[in-house]
Structures are given as structure tokens and as C-alpha cells.
Design a binder for this molecule. Structure first.
Ligand code: ADP
Length: 409
């Protein structure tokens, strides 16, 4: 949890949104006022469904952690409501404008923030095959909030939405067309809320019209993706049918030869679930050196751990490969931006990803790159042909704004 939490009472606010982000065994939430960007409370429930689950809630300048078994997302939400109540905020009467839900996969059907009714729930449910770890738990959250707060509209905001109109040659896999159509196999792209929000912030920071800018954005968090955006519209992104394609991530492999999967199925007799688990949870940085947290990896590498050093090198190599490809895809690049936990904080990643690119017009200023800040900032020299920025993402704020717009439409 990194938001600055206001110490004033949320009751005095006019437009309040509760944003929920349900992961397979976690639930993050934030209560905020989108117009003023004020965050009143922030929380996370972890290890839902396990014996050792816990929930941490920050409000009124206090952080409370309760260690107790949360059997499912419904129980986590009930606990969240009770934590709000203990802090003097009754979510049933505080006057919420909307509950905004992050939904990972919108498939071909959902590409706009959508106010939820029974049909929407059924239609999102049908997409669960495409995102079995994420969509069902998001729907659990939607169902639970409709029960707990029946008078507050729920709005789904889809992680795939921004990439809905990727050019056909980008969204199409070169596989049997009939099979692809039957099983809705195409490149969808994810982290769309973040890429869209950050691309807008970049334009604001540079005082330019987003329509005039060609951008590359790197969202480097636990999950990681890169996008190429021409005039505000994405023309490439590294994630595909699922959030596994592309860059090396905390626990996900990113790109692998599809032959690896069939080889494992035959030679190691691994089932599709085994392979899914390995690629999703036991690969990426964790698979390479046992650490998925970038800070831990950096500490290990600095202490001379060879596996951690290799993991770092593989991570940077993949990133540079994509940056190069996206520079060519765009033809002209105005600005390249780093965001999310690693992108916003790891100056060594930024320096190494952008190093030795002077012949392509990129000159990093080491002093600017070393600055630690929560504000957007430039890290290139003033005579660099391409501007490189660090711009903090804020998916919750974006989801809250989109939720209010959908309710008011
Ligand atoms: P999520 O995808 O869960 O939203 P975040 O965007 O919060 O992830 O990014 C989490 C990652 O950012 C972790 O790997 C964490 O180690 C890394 N990170 C956070 N702070 C730093 C830092 N100061 N230096 C390097 N990495 C950092």
C-alpha cells in the first residue's frame, strides 16, 4: 500500500468510490474521491482461502492488521466492511457513488466500463475460461458487493479494454484460423488501465496533446508489460491471450517457445494445469533465482548470487528486445516512460534498459535518474532526442474515474 491516506472524514465528500482489485488469493481496495484524488482508506487481504490469511486496513492515520481465516473473497469483503465500520465509516450509508471493480479479462465483448446487471455477470462468467485465476474472483467480489451494498452501482473496468482496437496484424496469432475463432484466441493485452492512465499523464507532464505523441510505456511491477502508443491509441503490447506473454515478470515466464509446453507434456507428463502453474507461479524471476520481489533479487545480486545476476540479465535483455521492436513499430518515438513498482523505483533497471542507446537519440542523465520521487519526472538530458520519463501509475484513481463516468452516463 503506497497511497497517501487523508486524515479527514469521507462523509464530507461528494463523490466517493470504493475500488476493488481481486487477485486469485488477494483483495486490494481503496476508498477515494476521484475529483480531489483524496484517498480515505486503503487495504489488502492476503492469502484468502489459506489458514494464515490476514487483512491490513489503513485509515485515519492508523494501520490495523487482523490475522484471521478468510475462507473466500466474500468473507474478506465482510471483514473490510467491519474494519471501515470500526473506523467510523459505514459504507452502506456513506453515500458511495459506485464500487469500481478491476476485471482482468473483458474478452471481445467488454471494452468499456460497464455498470453491472445480471446479464453482465453471466457474460463475464462466460469469459472465465480465458482468465480462470482472475475473472471468477472478480465476479465473486461483484456478487458480494451487490449483496452487501444493494443500492450502490457496481462498475466493471476491464484490464483488456484499452487494447480492444489493436491493429489486426498485431492481435492475430499465426495459428489455424478456425481454431482461433472457435476459442476466441487473439492477443488481448492487459494492464490497459495503467497504460492508458500513464499515457495521459505523460502528455499532461509534457504539456502536449496525447494525439500528437508516439509513446512507449513500460509497466514493470510484479506483472510486467510494454506498449507502443501512437497518438493515444495502442499499436502494440507485449501481453497476449493471457497476461503470460511478453516480458519476464515476478513469477511469470513471459515469452517461451510454445514447443517447450508440448515437450513438457510429452517428456515430463505434465498436465495443462501443471504447466499453467509452472509458467504462472514458478517461472520468471522466481523460477530463475528463487526471488520474485525485485528488491530481494537486487540484494542477492549485489551480494554476488550468480542466479540472481542471471535473472537480472535475462529480465533486462527481454526488455531491451521489446524496446527495440517497439521503436521500429512506431517509426518515430517521442517519449519512453517507466511506471509501476520496479519502473518507478529501480534506477538500475532504467539505466540498464536505456544504456548505450545514444545512437538512437537516448541519453540518460545519471543524476536525474537517481532522484527518488512520487512525482512524474524526466531522466534524460535536455539534448536527448527521445525523452525518457518516470511517471507513477494510479490504477485505482483511473478505475474510480471511469466508474463515476459510467454511472453518470
Ligand atoms: P503489482 O503488480 O503487485 O501492483 P507493483 O507495481 O507494486 O506490483 O510492483 C511490485 C514490484 O516492485 C516488486 O517486485 C518490488 O520489489 C518492486 N519494487 C518496489 N519498490 C522497489 C524499489 N525501491 N527498488 C526496486 N524494486 C522495487
Amino acid at each position: 500500500m503506497s497511497a497517501d491516506i487523508a486524515t479527514t472524514d469521507p462523509v464530507s465528500s461528494t463523490t466517493l468510490v470504493l475500488v476493488l482489485n481481486a487477485g486469485s488469493s488477494s483483495l486490494k481496495y481503496q476508498l477515494l474521491e476521484p475529483e480531489s484524488e483524496k484517498v480515505f482508506a486503503d487495504g489488502v487481504a492476503q492469502r484468502i482461502g489459506e489458514e494464515s490469511s490476514s487483512i491490513t486496513h489503513e485509515q485515519n492515520g492508523q494501520s490495523i492488521t487482523r490475522d484471521r481465516k478468510l475462507a473466500d473473497h466474500q468473507e474478506a469483503l465482510e471483514e473490510m466492511l467491519s474494519l471501515f465500520a470500526d473506523n467510523g465509516t459505514d459504507l452502506t450509508t456513506v453515500g458511495l457513488t459506485a464500487v469500481g471493480h478491476r476485471v482482468v479479462h473483458g474478452g471481445q465483448m467488454f471494452y468499456k466500463p460497464t455498470v453491472v446487471d445480471g446479464d453482465v455477470i453471466n457474460d463475464i462468467d462466460k469469459l472465465s475460461d480465458l482468465a480462470p485465476l482472475h475473472n471468477p474472483v472478480a465476479l465473486d467480489g461483484v456478487r458480494a458487493m451487490r449483496k452487501l451494498l444493494p443500492d450502490t452501482p457496481s462498475v466493471c473496468v476491464f484490464d483488456t479494454a484499452f487494447f480492444h482496437n489493436l491493429p489486426k496484424e498485431v492481435s492475430t496469432y499465426a495459428i489455424d484460423r478456425e481454431i482461433a475463432e472457435e476459442y476466441s484466441i487473439r492477443r488481448y493485452g492487459f494492464h490497459g488501465t495503467s497504460h492508458q492512465y500513464v499515457s495521459g499523464k505523460v502528455a499532461e507532464f509534457l504539456r502536449r496533446d496525447v494525439g500528437d505523441l508516439n509513446q512507449i510505456i513500460m509497466h514493470l511491477g510484479n506483472g510486467a508489460s510494454i506498449s507502443a502508443i501512437r497518438g493515444g491509441s495502442p499499436v502494440e503490447t507485449s501481453m497476449g491471450l493471457t497476461p503470460m506473454e511478453g516480458l519476464v515478470m515476478g513469477t511469470r515466464s513471459g515469452d517461451v517457445d510454445p514447443g517447450v509446453l508440448t515437450h513438457l507434456a510429452r517428456a515430463a507428463k505434465m498436465s495443462s494445469d501443471d504447466i499453467d502453474k509452472m509458467l504462472n507461479k514458478q517461472s520468471g524471476l522466481k523460477g530463475l533465482c528463487g526471488e520474485n520481489d525485485f528488491r530481494e533479487l537486487s540484494n542477492k545480486a549485489a551480494a554476488g548470487d550468480e542466479d540472481a545476476k542471471l535473472a537480472y540479465d535475462v529480465y533486462i535483455h527481454r526488455l531491451r528486445k521489446y524496446i527495440g521492436a517497439y521503436m521500429l513499430t512506431l517509426g518515430r518515438v517521442d517519449v519512453i516512460t517507466f511506471t509501476a513498482g520496479v519502473g518507478e523505483n529501480a534506477s538500475d533497471v532504467r539505466a540498464d534498459a536505456m544504456g548505450h542507446l545514444a545512437q538512437f537519440g537516448i541519453k540518460i542523465d545519471p543524476d536525474r535518474n537517481a532522484v527518488r520521487s512520487k512525482e512524474p519526472r524526466k531522466i534524460t538530458t535536455d539534448d536527448s532526442g527521445i525523452t525518457v520519463l518516470v511517471v507513477p501509475t494510479n490504477e485505482e484513481l483511473s478505475i474510480a474515474r471511469q466508474s463515476v463516468a459510467a454511472v453518470e452516463a
